[in-house]
Design a protein around this ligand. Sequence first.
Ligand code: MLT
Length: 291
Amino acid sequence: MSAAGTGSPATPGGAPTHQVELAGAPLAWDETGDGPAVALLLHGFPHGRWLWTAAARAMVAGHPTLRCVAPDLPGFGASPARPGPVTLDGWADLCAVLLDHLGVDRAAVAGLSMGGYLALALVRRHPDRVRALVLADTRAAADTDAVRERRRALADVARREGVAAVADAQLDGALGRTTRQDAARVAAFRAAMAGGASVEGIVGALAAMADRPDATPLLAALRVPTLVVGGAEDALTRPSELQALAAAISGARLALLDGAGHASAWERPDAFAAVAGPVLAGDPAAGRAAG
Ligand code: MLT
């Protein structure tokens, strides 16, 4: 896409399995599996549903009761940006509309990084719709002023130089040192980021993340089975931060995946599936609702 291009982004991974007019605009998603246990998989920034493709397949292979639903958030992949300001609360409401459309009362929700911010917004706005949580490579705290400033600068890069420049800026922090040794995988990840987002999507998501409230007060009240998972090589949400997040949620489990960085579900999909699949499928041994 050109620097000025803000239309529908390309769709790494091919056409979505579903694309429906929802709440006034098309929303695209992939479904993997057709079991009764619905799991909503929310991608990070600047990703798309492609982030989850391999992990969803591995989770469904291990847990045939699962039906994984991985949307392209508006402005990413095959979901066009929507008019008006972007907020995580607005996206959380859209997730609830998607669950309505699917005829699902309660879903397990997995969110990676920005997707984790969104998962926590969904818990805050629609607590009755969430039956289990997987928080991957993410945090509950709001942005610091310095991070907000970096987001403003990155939005300017997107407007001025286009999506590929944003993909380049994100690449180093996005992957762990093990994955970064594999040039073909690094190139594939960069190409997916550069080809799957629109400038509008990027600018909107950056504003939404900068404006998100601190979700820390929610954590002590969480009463659904929760897994905190992330890459042992994650340089953006470091293992110590993930440990602290898990410790703040009663009954939460923590899994750190060797050889993975900030995009753990993409970098080590089988290992991710091994720990997240049971939680999302509602396996009673996988996690407990804290009492
Ligand atoms: C992500 O991977 O979604 C980003 O690192 C989130 C962020 O910029 O805070």
